[in-house]
Write a protein that binds this ligand. Sequence first.
Ligand SMILES: [Zn+2]
Length: 410
Amino acid sequence: MTRDLISDPGVRYVDTHCHVDLYPDPIAVMREAEREGVGIIAVTNTPSVFEPMVRLADGFSKVVVALGIHPELAAEREAELRLLPALIDRTDFLGEIGLDGSSSDAQAAAAQRRVLTEVLRSAAAGRPKVLTVHTRGAVRQSFELIGNEFQGAIILHWFTGTARQIEQAIERRWWFSVNPAMIETAKGRTLLESVPPESVLTETDGPFTRTASGPSRPVNVVAVVEYLATLWRCEHEEARTRILENFRRCTAGDAGSTALHGAWQDTLLRNAPAEISGPLILSAIQELLSSDRELLIRDVNERTITSSLAEHLRPRFPQWSVDCEYNRDGDAIKRAGARSVLPDIIVHRRGAADNLLVIEVKKSNSREPDDLDLEKLRAFRRPPLQYQAALFLKVIVGPDGPGVQTIQWV
Ligand SMILES: [Zn+2]
C-alpha cells in the first residue's frame, strides 16, 4: 500500500477517508469508485481488520488501505497495538486515528492518548506516513500530541476547530479533508472560507455521512468538488485538478517541505539568500498576518504595520538589532546612491558596518510603483551599506486582507 495511487492515470478525484469495509457491499462501492475515477484511502478502525480490508481491496488499483485505531475504540482495542509493529510497514497510510473529546470518560480519554502516542511513535520510525486524523472535541490535545515537528503528512479529517486552530494547522502545513456533511453546515462552510485552496482535500467519511440518496459513497466527492469550485470562483475542472495536485503533494513523501505552502510562501523560502533563514522570516510574516490581522483589515498606516513586523522579527534575531526607519549609519546618514534613504526595517549591528537584512513594507492600496522600493533595496545591497539580504513585502490590507500580494528578495 504505497503512494502509487496517485500515479494511476485513471484517478480523477480522491476520497481520503472512507470506511469501505463498513458498507454492506464493499466490492460494489469500490467498483463504482473505480469506474468513476475516484481514488480511495480506505481507513480502518482497528489493526485486526487491516488484513481483511487489504484482501477486499485486492485487484482495485485505486484503493489504498490505511492502518488505524479509531479513538472511540481505543479503550476497547488497546491490546491490538501489539499488531502495529508487524503491520506498520505494510502501508504508507494511517487512519482512522486521533482523539475524540465527546465522551467524559476519563479512562477512555487516557487510553486514547496512549494509543495515539504509540501510533505516532511508530509512524515516526519508518518512511514518512500520511495520517488521516480525527480530532473532534479534542483539537488542542491532538495538536499537542502530534507536535510541531512530526515528519509526515497530517490530514485533518472533518475538522471542526476554531479559526486560530485552522491557522495553527496551516502553519504546520497540514491538510483539511472536506466531506459532504461539512458543506451542509454553516460551521463547515465558514471553515472552508478560511482554509487556503492549497490545503484542501476531499473525503466522504462514508458510510457515516449521508446524501439525499443514502449513505455517502466515494463518488460523492464529486459534489464536494463542485461546492469548492463555487467557493473558489472557478470551473469544476480547475477545482478538481487543484485537489488532485494537493493530494499529489500530500503523498509526495517530503511533508514539512515548502510544497505545502501557497505561492508566496514558496517564493519566500525558495529564494531566500543563504545568509537568512527563510522559515524564520516566514513565521514572522505569518505572525503579522494572524496576530495583527485587525491592523491589516482596518488598513492602519504603514508605520504601524512595519513596527508590528519588527516586533515579530526581534525575538527571531536575538543577536541583532531590529530597527524601524533607522536613519543613522554610525554617524553618517544612511545613503544609498546619492539620496538619503529611510529603510522600513533593518536587522543590523548598531554602530558597526554589519548589515544583515533590510525590508521594505508596502500596503496593497499604495499608488506608488513597486519599482521605487525595489531600486531602493538594490541600493542597500551595494556598497557602502552592503546588506546581505533585502526583502520587498507588499501586504494585502482592507476587507480582502490580511495576506501577501507580493514578496521578492532583491
Ligand atoms: Zn471516519
